[in-house]
Structures are given as C-alpha cells and as structure tokens.
Ligand binder design. Structure first.
Ligand SMILES: [Zn+2]
Ligand SMILES: [Zn+2]
Ligand SMILES: [Zn+2]
Length: 147
C-alpha cells in the first residue's frame, strides 16, 4: 500500500476526520521524504493550496500528533522536525557534519528496560536524537591524527 493511503487509513482508524488541511499536510510529509520543519511543510503545502497558512499547518500537525499519525523530533539545537509515525525509529545525528541517520528503535530496548527497572523512569527515546560523530567524520579525524 502506498504511504499516503496508509497514512489516511491510520488517521481514520484513530477516529480522526479527514480535512483538506490534514490531507495536504500528510501529502507534504510523504513528498518531503526527509525530516522537515513546519515551515518546510508550509512551502510544500502552499504550492498546491496557497490558502493554507502556517498557523493551520501547526494546528494540523498538533492534531495529527495527538491522533498518532505524525511525530516530531528534535535533531539538535534547531526547530522540531516532523515525520509520519508509520515506522518507529531513532535518529543519530552527527554534530560535525549534521548528517542524520535513522536507526531501529529496538537498538535502545535494553537502555529503556534498564532505566525502567533501575530508576522507574519511562524514557521516550525518540523525542530527541542521539548526538555524536558519524563514521565518515570519525574516519577523517583518524586520518588527521595520523598526519
Ligand atoms: Zn518536542
Ligand atoms: Zn525520522
Ligand atoms: Zn559527520
């Protein structure tokens, strides 16, 4: 099934109404493919529906998040970015070259379990990215250390 159809079906299943704005925002998220800010989404939405304004995009994203169809994440110091919540994943972000990679959420299961068991803390790992140095930047660092 196509991603857009799946998202609409998801929305229906959560009891959400299908409005024009919701359809446009979902379509923009599918079109964007990567992680986009509300402003990025507005640009995509407005190319088809110029009557939709930023406040509507924010309100729509908010509603779609509550319905569990859309998720946002903070990749660094910048604004929140949005994505469809159809495949659970975590983000690893390089603070040297700003590359973003998606990794399976299962990688963090043990950490989640330990925090819950030992600290009675229920962590929401995927609200923030994990920051570090990517393999390419590590390679460059290794080389420069040799010189
Ligand atoms: Zn947030
Ligand atoms: Zn993502
Ligand atoms: Zn990097």
């Amino acid at each position: 099934m196509k991603r857009m159809e799946a998202a609409i079906q998801n929305l229906r299943a959560s009891g959400g109404r299908i409005t024009n704005a919701r359809r446009s925002v979902l379509q923009a998220l599918v079109t964007a493919r990567t992680h986009v800010t509300a402003e990025d989404l507005l640009n995509i939405v407005q190319s088809e529906s110029p009557e939709i304004h930023l406040s509507t995009v924010y309100r729509t994203l908010d509603a779609l998040e509550k319905l569990g169809v859309v998720d946002h994440v903070h990749l660094g110091h910048g604004r929140a970015v949005y994505h469809l919540s159809d495949n659970a994943h975590q983000h690893i972000v390089c603070d040297k070259c700003s590359s973003v990679e998606e990794v399976p959420s299962e990688l963090f299961l043990q950490l989640e379990k330990d925090l819950k068991d030992k600290y009675r803390f229920k962590v929401r790992m995927n609200h923030f990215a994990v920051i570090g140095t990517c393999s390419q930047c590590l390679e460059k660092l290794d080389k420069s250390e040799l010189n």
